[in-house]
Design a protein. Structure first.
Length: 150
């Protein structure tokens, strides 16, 4: 189990960053060059998530861990990350991070789940978008279980 896995996601898969943050994993989005991306991954011990085969093989040669994905289906990609690195695919209200800036959120109200981001000052609560979040995470768990049982 590598619960402390950290990620760097290439620009083509930017929305994956948001989902990893919601699940509580330190994840950054990279839109710069490949060389800088690999350097940053090495320096900060981050796992690269990319669709780019060329980038993946260069990174592997440099000793960086890489998840090379095919499609852009969010649940499939998160399930793959979970299968490879054992990330938790259940939402943890005490561990979640700001989808915008990656800072761990502070739970300010336990009874109705309200959070404050100490990084950017944004407030979060369980609103209408919550149903969508639950649906996506439900699909992630279904795929992850399938993968584990294979
Ligand atoms: Zn924030």
């Amino acid at each position: 189990m590598r619960s402390e896995a950290r990620f760097i996601v290439d620009a083509m898969l930017g929305n994956i960053t948001t989902w990893l943050r919601i699940l509580g994993y330190d994840s950054i989005y990279w839109s710069g060059g490949d060389r800088e991306l690999i350097e940053k991954a090495l320096k900060e011990g981050r796992i690269i998530i990319t669709k780019d085969r060329g980038l993946a093989s260069t990174a592997l040669r440099r000793g960086v861990e890489v998840i090379l994905v095919n499609g852009s289906d969010v649940p499939e990609i998160i399930a793959e990350v979970s299968k490879r690195y054992g990330i938790d695919v259940y939402f943890n209200p005490r561990k979640t991070r700001c989808p915008k800036c990656n800072t761990p959120l502070k739970l300010v109200r336990q009874d109705e789940y309200r959070w404050l981001c100490p990084g950017c000052g944004k407030h979060y609560w369980v609103g209408g978008h919550w149903r969508n979040i639950s649906a996506v995470l439900g699909e992630v768990r279904r795929l992850a279980e399938e993968a584990w049982n294979r």
